[in-house]
Write a protein that binds this ligand. Structure first.
Ligand code: COA
Length: 324
C-alpha cells in the first residue's frame, strides 16, 4: 500500500521582490545574487491577505480541485511550517475549517524547517501504509519574509514566501522508500530564536523580535556533502540505479547546491528541475510548489521515477524514492 499523489496545488504571493529591489535594501547586486544563488526574484506576502494560514488554504483548494475529490473524504491533514502566522490552532485545522472537512479527519502540523513538507509527506505515507488513513492532504506554507533579518545581506536575499499542497490517496503499489537523517550538534549554523513575550515589557533582556542566524558557508558545505551522499545511500538501500530516475526534485535553496549535487551524482542537470530563479527558498513550500509547476507544464507524468530530497535547519536532511 502506498499514497499516490493525485492532486497538487500551490500559491505564490502577488508581490515580487527582484534582486534590484533588494539592492535598495542591503548592499548587494543582481549580479552577485544571481551568480551565487541562481535567484532573480522572490515573492513576498501581503500581511493582511497572504498570511501562511491564508496561502495554505488557496493551495489546498487547488490541490483538492486537481485531485477531483470531495474534501469531506479527506481523513488526515498534515501541514508543515516554521514561519506560520498562527502558533495554534494548527494550519491543518485552518485548512480543515476552510474546506469544511468531516470531523472524522485527524489534523496536526509538523515543524522540521525546510524539510518540513517531506517530514509531513513521510508521516502521511506511514498512516496510509498502516491502514490508518486513505486520503491525506499534505501542506507546506511559509512566510519567511516575517522572520529573515532584512539587514543581513548574506541571508535575506535567499528567501521567499509561498505555499504548496499535495493530496495522497491509498492505492496498491511500491511503498514510499526514504531515508531521514539529522545532526543536532550542527544546529548552530542555521537557527531562528522565537520572540518572547515577557511578563513585563520593560523586563531586562526583552528583545521582542525573532533572531534569524545563518552561517551560509557552513550550510552550503553541509548541503553539497550530505544531499548527494543520502541519495546514493537510498539507491544502495533500495537497490535501484540513479540512471532510472526521471527527476531529482531537490529543495530549492540555491541553484549552486543543486548543480553541485548533480555533478557529484554524475547525473545530467536537466534532470534537476528548478524554479528557484523566481521563487527563492520558500522552505517547506518549495517541493510541492515545484511538483505542481511540473504537473501544470506537462513535465511530470504518471509512472515517472522521482527522487525527492530536502535539507535545512536542524540540521536535517532526507531523500525519498517514489513512483509518481
Ligand atoms: N551581496 C554582495 N556581497 C555579499 C552578499 C550579498 N548579498 N552576501 C555576502 N556577501 C559578501 C560577503 O560579505 C563576503 O565578502 P568578503 O569576502 O569581503 O568577506 C563575500 O560576499 C563572500 O561571502 P560568502 O558568505 O563566502 O559567500 P558564498 O559564496 O558562500 O555565498 C550564500 C553566500 C549565503 C549565498 C551561500 O553560502 C549559500 O547559499 N549557503 C547556503 C544557505 C542556504 O541555503 N540556507 C538555507 C538552507 S535550507
Amino acid at each position: 500500500m502506498t499514497g499516490k499523489i493525485i492532486g497538487l496545488g500551490s500559491y505564490l504571493p502577488d508581490k515580487i521582490l527582484t534582486n534590484d529591489d533588494l539592492a535598495g535594501i542591503v548592499e548587494t547586486s543582481d549580479e552577485w545574487i544571481t551568480e551565487r544563488t541562481g535567484i532573480k526574484q522572490r515573492h513576498i506576502s501581503d500581511h493582511n491577505t497572504e498570511r501562511p494560514s491564508q496561502m495554505v488554504v488557496k493551495a489546498a483548494l487547488e490541490a483538492v480541485a486537481d485531485a477531483g475529490i470531495d474534501p469531506k473524504d479527506i481523513d488526515l491533514i498534515v501541514s508543515a511550517s516554521t514561519t506560520s502566522d498562527v502558533l495554534f490552532p494548527t494550519l491543518s485545522t485552518t485548512i480543515h475549517k476552510a474546506l469544511d472537512v468531516s470531523e472524522d479527519c485527524g489534523c496536526f502540523d509538523v515543524n522540521s524547517a525546510c524539510p518540513g513538507w517531506v517530514a509531513a509527506f513521510n508521516t502521511a505515507q506511514s498512516f496510509i501504509e498502516s491502514g490508518n488513513a486513505k486520503l491525506v492532504l499534505v501542506a507546506g506554507a511559509e512566510c519567511t519574509s516575517n522572520y529573515v533579518d532584512w539587514e543581513d545581506r548574506g541571508s535575506c536575499i535567499l528567501f521567499g514566501d509561498g505555499a504548496g499542497c499535495a493530496v495522497l490517496q491509498a492505492c496498491e503499489g511500491k511503498k514510499n522508500e526514504f531515508l531521514m537523517r539529522s545532526s543536532g550538534k550542527r544546529s548552530g549554523c542555521l537557527f531562528c530564536e522565537n520572540a518572547r513575550q515577557p511578563y513585563r515589557k520593560d523586563e531586562e533582556g526583552f528583545e521582542g523580535l525573532t533572531h534569524f542566524n545563518m552561517n551560509g558557508r557552513e550550510v552550503f558545505k553541509f548541503a553539497v556533502t550530505e544531499v548527494p551522499a543520502i541519495i546514493k545511500d537510498l539507491a544502495a538501500r533500495y537497490n535501484f540505479s540513479l540512471d532510472e530516475i526521471d527527476y531529482f526534485i531537490l529543495h530549492q535553496a540555491n541553484a549552486r547546491i543543486i548543480e553541485a549535487t548533480a555533478k557529484k551524482l554524475k547525473m545530467p542537470i536537466e534532470r534537476f528541475p528548478m524554479n528557484i530563479q523566481y521563487t527563492g527558498n520558500t522552505s517547506s513550500a518549495s517541493i510541492p510548489m515545484l511538483l505542481k509547476e511540473m504537473k501544470s507544464d506537462g513535465r511530470l507524468v504518471r509512472g515517472q521515477k522521482l527522487i525527492i530530497a530536502s535539507f535545512g535547519a536542524g540540521l536535517t536532511w532526507d531523500a525519498n524514492y517514489i513512483i509518481y
